[in-house]
Design a protein around this ligand. Structure first.
Ligand code: GLN
Length: 192
């Protein structure tokens, strides 16, 4: 059974732990570098990417996180977590940094200009899922190694991607009671 951490600097940690357990993983919160060392993979939850970035620096987690991702640790970022896994962001605050790893540009609060939060059914990796978006980002552009796993109206925007061991969604599957996205990630971790 893989051990998957949930980055617990800020955001909805408990919901992800519960979904990972339902998807067949051993899951617990990760706050410190030593805890990060002990996990096979990591979920980066939704929350607020500016706060998460600042706390990652304060707790000396940003470099260890970058290092583990560079070394090939599987990671799944949801919403703010997607922003944290993006190599480049639009509409960040001054100096805002990410962990990076996925060759994409992510626009923060992108749907927010039209509507703050909404729910929508969409195809994720060939399965119909109910997706909850909360001040969500979208993926503005992707590099050639990035696979699109899901798109959403308005605008047929890219909202789910995978690059090798890294997975990201604009939406919050931990809030729906449907563990299929987490199961997809747990299967990824098992296969890698
Ligand atoms: N808008 C938030 C950010 O920029 C993300 C919102 C979320 O994670 N639900 O980090």
């Amino acid at each position: 059974m893989p051990t998957i951490g949930v980055l617990a600097l800020q955001g909805d940690v408990r919901e992800h732990v519960r979904m990972l357990q339902e998807a067949g993983a051993s899951a617990h919160a990760v706050r410190r570098p030593a805890e990060l060392d002990a996990v096979d993979a990591l979920v980066i939850p939704g929350g607020e990417s500016t706060t998460m970035w600042k706390l990652a620096e304060t707790f000396d987690m940003l470099q260890p996180l970058r290092m583990r991702v560079k070394e090939g640790m599987p990671a799944y970022g949801s919403c703010a977590g997607m922003i944290m896994l993006a190599d480049r962001i639009e509409d960040g605050i001054a100096g805002q940094q990410t962990i990076g790893g996925i060759d994409m540009v992510v626009r923060r609060n992108a749907f927010g200009r039209q509507v703050d939060s909404f729910e929508s059914d969409l195809d994720f990796a060939g399965e119909r899922v109910h997706a909850v978006f909360i001040r969500a980002p979208w993926v503005e552009s992707i590099g050639t190694d990035v696979e699109v796993l899901g798109r959403c109206e308005p605008g047929d925007r890219i909202v789910a991607v995978r690059q090798g061991p890294l997975l990201a969604t604009s939406f919050h599957p931990e809030l729906t009671g449907d563990a299929r996205v987490h199961r997809y990630f747990v299967d990824m971790v098992r296969e890698l």
